[in-house]
Ligand binder design. Sequence first.
Ligand code: ADP
Ligand code: MG
Length: 248
Amino acid sequence: MTGNLLDVRTLSRNFGGLKALDQVNLRLERGEILGLIGPNGAGKSTLFNCLAGNLRPTAGTVAFNGHDVTRMRASQRARLGIARTFQLGKVFPSMTVRENVLTGLGVARYGSFWRSVTGLVKGADHMDRAAEILRQFELEDQAAVPVTDLPMGFQRRVEAARAIATNPRLLLLDEPAAGLTHGEAERFADMVRGVRASGVTVIVIEHNMRFAMQLAERLYVLVQGRIIAEGPPDAVRQDPGVISAYLG
Ligand code: ADP
Ligand code: MG
């Protein structure tokens, strides 16, 4: 299929008098790893919420894979292939690592998150696919451990593994490196590259400029709800507006 995987046009979201997103335009090609960077409060998570269907925009449109998804619920968008992680993490802490991944596989089958939880399927095909995903995220040794007993670096991977289990076309990662050690962040970056190699397009939000610059091929810079720069990391790094937004 031709055209962009994602086409966001003049997207705005207000909270009372605050313009959290102000006429954002963003294009994403299939197979890209796109970085979305910007200071705290810039509107990055709000943009993900509007892409995944957790929030309705005040104005503007979101087209995904040829569908206008602007008014669709999150569960409908998940069925079309949008998966995400959350900035503060969203796993089932008392479930094991494997069970968390199985809930994601249930979403792929049923389309609804809650139906997947209540109907946790453990058929042979699901178990095989879960094992494959656990391997991909280097979680085999932790498969039977409740997520709550694992350090942060593992919990981030469990959440990403659960998202990949929904079989998405587009994966949205909200600050996946936050709270990780340098080594953990590097390994996570390798896993993201593996995800892309398997055919999934990725947008990664990062507060950590260095992590974003080494992972993403193209960056958008969001400041106070507006995109102030876009392009390859080397060009964005030297952009005077970006430098003053980060230093000023
Ligand atoms: P970022 O992820 O870039 O740090 P956010 O998207 O979380 O920024 O927030 C952008 C702005 O919108 C902030 O000023 C934040 O306080 C505000 N905001 C985000 N979500 C809400 C909400 N649900 N209600 C009111 N204000 C919000
Ligand atoms: Mg955020």
